[in-house]
Design a protein around this ligand. Sequence first.
Ligand SMILES: [Zn+2]
Ligand SMILES: [Zn+2]
Ligand SMILES: [Zn+2]
Length: 181
Amino acid sequence: MVAGAGLVAVAAPLATATPAQASQHLWRWCFQCSGLWFSGNNTNGHCPLGTGLFGWEHPHRSAGSGDYVLTLHDEPGAGQTDWWWCNRCAGLWTVLLGVFVPKCPNPQYLNGVHVNSGSGMYKLETLPNMTNGPGGQAQWFTCRKCAGLFFAGNTPQGVCPAGGAHERASGPGSEHVLRQL
Ligand SMILES: [Zn+2]
Ligand SMILES: [Zn+2]
Ligand SMILES: [Zn+2]
């Protein structure tokens, strides 16, 4: 496991800088699947890499990732709510794409979907000018196939639990800028 390095470097000082808010850090980008997942539960969840045809099982990985911060839906500020953590795979996903099957990579659930039980409702913040800048990273997209959030700045665009690579949803509200500690 490689999660330890990032935790040591970033946790303490910034957590006390915003004491009035419940913003939650320890969200990580996975270099295997390009998805966002929560690393604070002593499990790396289930990565879509290899959970398909041959049944290999992989956890998400955090190497190379920043420490991303999400806000909860009732915190101040504008944003897009209805994002949830999935306790089956540790990934972040949205119910806003209700017409699509939110495919979960956890192989214990054949053709299973992401679930929101046990999760708070998150809000992806609307940050000023939707471009890369101090504290913010653009090119995060809703995947139209799995309803997850993934970073589209790399080629190929990760591994989707619904098969192939993730694909960007279209239309307003499908691109997001994430804050990092
Ligand atoms: Zn992954
Ligand atoms: Zn899931
Ligand atoms: Zn996907």
